[in-house]
Design a protein around this ligand. Structure first.
Ligand code: TYM
Length: 332
């Protein structure tokens, strides 16, 4: 049986980029890939590359679990769990640190970007983070890893590490395939459509959060930066603002981008944005309602307990195999 693995950091509110680039893909795939076992987790260990308030982190972990389910993740088909509850992630993470070389880590774009932003007090796990991410994936022998474009470089490194380990110690890991959606792999900021929509953006108008008040969401879409001419046409290079909005519109409506271009051929930006604002608010309304109901229900803990136990069964076997390959402990 094939396996699919993916995770999201519980660092605050989830964005529309996280949803369209990742969660929406998991939901679609859980229907399409009936012969695949899904492991989806909350990457809380990854969140402590920067300082976290413990009350907020605890709240964010729970919130992300509820949001996954509210978006349509089916716990009957998916093992949903919290990364730090499966200790094997740390164990294999450390071993991956001994498989990767420092220059490979220093080359990671995300590290370089975050280092520039942070300057002082850079934690060592900001650098070693991709080793833990490789462990997250390789522990489960994942064949498919759906992620947005910003994570593709980490996945490429994971593939290299799997191959290196297999070569040095004998076949141990499956080399995973990235799975980035053709449309939606990179949702851009609403105020600067040349930049990724990101949780860490200082400008709140740049980012739609899934749990934003619906009127606020409408206003953000209506005030999104568009391009100088007035035509509603998809062209990322010349019209990045309208192209980003067309991508969002297409993904939430199921209409293809050429169909939307035709629908709005004789229209204008204001009408287009106002329609998209309404559609997006209506799309997110039931997700928000389910989210609030789930947060208050005991179902969440049952799902997370079952997910943890299923993940542990697979991860424990794998880490024992790795220890044996390396000669660690007393395993023969
Ligand atoms: P994170 O938490 O930053 O993002 C979670 C997922 O959302 C995608 N994403 C986007 N997709 C499209 N447009 C955007 N603007 C956008 N912003 C974020 C990300 O590509 C990602 O798929 N290191 C990972 C979490 C992780 C992981 C893993 C993922 C840890 N271990 C193992 C897969 C497998 C991260 O920080 O994602």
């Amino acid at each position: 049986m094939k396996r699919l693995v993916s995770g999201i950091q519980p660092s605050g509110n989830l964005t529309l980029g996280n949803y369209l680039g990742a969660i929406k893909q998991f939901i679609a795939l859980q229907e399409e890939l009936s012969e695949t076992e899904f492991f989806i987790f909350i990457a809380d260990l990854h969140a402590i590359t920067v300082s976290q308030d413990k009350t907020a982190l605890r709240k964010n972990i729970r919130s992300l679990a509820a949001l996954y389910l509210a978006c349509g993740l089916d716990p009957k088909k998916v093992h949903l769990f919290i990364q730090s509850e499966v200790i094997e992630h740390n164990q294999l993470g450390y071993i991956m640190e001994s498989t990767v070389y420092v220059p490979e880590l220093e080359r990671m774009t995300q590290y370089k970007d975050k280092k520039l932003k942070q300057q002082a007090g850079i934690r060592s796990n900001l650098l070693t983070y991709p080793a833990l991410m490789a462990a997250d994936i390789l522990l489960y022998d994942a064949d498919i890893v759906p992620v947005g474009e910003d994570q593709k470089q980490h996945l490429e490194l994971t593939r290299n590490l799997a191959e290196r380990f297999n070569q040095q110690h004998g076949d141990t890991f499956i080399v995973p395939e990235p799975f980035t959606p053709k449309v939606g792999g990179k949702i851009m900021s609403l105020t600067d459509p040349t930049k990724k929509m990101s949780k860490s953006d200082d400008n709140q108008k740049a980012v739609v959060y899934l749990l934003d008040d619906l009127n606020q969401i409408k206003n953000k879409i209506k005030s999104a930066v568009t391009d100088s001419d007035t035509k509603i046409r998809y062209n990322v290079k010349d019209k990045p603002g309208i192209s980003n909005l067309l991508t969002i519109y297409s993904l939430i409506s199921g209409l293809k981008i050429p169909e939307l271009e035709q629908m709005y051929e004789n229209s204008n930006y204001a009408t287009f944005k106002s329609d998209l604002a309404e559609k997006l608010a209506e799309y997110l309304r039931p997700i928000q309602e389910r989210y609030h109901a789930l947060l208050a229900s005991p179902e969440l803990d049952t799902v997370l307990d079952e997910g943890r136990d299923a993940a542990k069964r697979v991860a424990y076997k794998k880490i024992m195999k790795v220890y044996k390959r390396l000669g660690l402990g007393r395993i023969k």
